[in-house]
Design a protein around this ligand. Sequence first.
Ligand code: TMP
Length: 204
Amino acid sequence: MKGKFITFEGSEGCGKSTQSRMLYEYLKKKSARVVYLREPGATKVSEKIRDILLDAGNDRMSAECEMLLYMAARSQIVGEIIRPKLKKGVIVICDRFLDSTIAYQGYGLGMDIDFIKQVGKFATFGIKPDLTIFLDLPVGKGLIHRNGRKDRIEKRSLAYHFRVRKGYLSLAGKEPGRIKVIKVEEDKYKTQEKIRDLVKRYAV
Ligand code: TMP
């Protein structure tokens, strides 16, 4: 692949979307060949799947159905956008990717992680990020920002969200070359500075 694939990960309310968009705007000013995507979403099919996944009314969805829907949305976005863009040498920034499923459905819900990785390989056609930025923020702090109407995943217990964060940190420990942990600062520009330094060093 000629392009570079950069993903953002993090728990609820960590500022991931703001930070990934800020990086996109910065890179766009330097080079026009960059796209910004969110997961699940970004394609017509994946946005529809996102609605099903996050609808708090779907409270009877099984863990298996949930995991496969995240993978289905991912497979569509990889086939329709990510793979073609990377082949053309474009920088792809994606807000969440396979690590989210390992953290939320694997560590969070207790599904078999090796099986998730196997399904993930099929769904992503084996495409892996060149750099993954994990924005780390203590669980309580992040969820406080979400005191309005919560979606199906945000509504889960504090214990669940603790497991997700622990899962991310454990993933980062296993793949330190790819997954970089950045502590979220009060000042969003300071966090962004750290992200740009990383991207300059590892991905562009
Ligand atoms: P967002 O809040 O970053 O837009 O992501 C949507 C929600 O979906 C968020 O609560 C995390 C969750 N999620 C999973 O549980 N598994 C996944 O594979 C992905 C991509 C997201």
